[in-house]
Ligand binder design. Sequence first.
Ligand code: AMP
Length: 216
Amino acid sequence: MLIIMLGAPGAGKGTVSAILTREFGIPQISTGDILRGEVKKGSDLGKKADEYMKTGKLVPDDIIMGCVEARLAIDDCKGGAILDGFPRTIPQADALKALLTKMGLKLDAVVNLEAPEELLIRRLTSRRTCANPSCQAIYNIYTRPPKNEGVCDICGSPVLQRDDETEEVIKNRLKIYRDTTLPLLDYYGREPVFFSLSCIDAGETVDEIKKKMKKG
Ligand code: AMP
């Protein structure tokens, strides 16, 4: 089973993917998380990616495809995966198509999460993330603050604002999203497994996704 989660930064892809992972027993592959892990490790790939990520630019397609191919080759992806934040460009979508054919996997759903831009900006600027790469719990200063300010409830590591979640960088990420990633809605729009949903409550969105997948 393969599910692609599309949508602007802050639309809820990560939260919805995490629930789908538990429901379907297949891993969530977030290219953003993979890259942040490499940045933390200080690997060559991480150093290269960090130059783009800090300012909200997209990391080049060849780097992304290397990460995705390596991740999909791991045994836990035999039954498929939920792709969160990938593909983000037409060349990535073309490369994914070829990769899926090679792996004998088919697309079961392409889900586009919609949200108005003001909501995305508010959500992302108020988001805080646990700095521990193996935890990465997500908080929100208004709706889900940690019990002790700045300290992760789960692992006790610092809870910080990501460099790419300041208002200036977010506006840049949204512009790049409109210019480069939005065309993917046309790319996948003709597929029978494509559908668009708004995401206010992640649990309800997951129920809707499951309903639509059963109908398809
Ligand atoms: P995310 O956590 O998915 O919002 O990703 C954070 C950052 O990682 C993005 O702003 C990009 O710099 C980079 N990134 C993640 N996924 C991709 C991708 N599929 N293509 C290019 N850059 C990506």
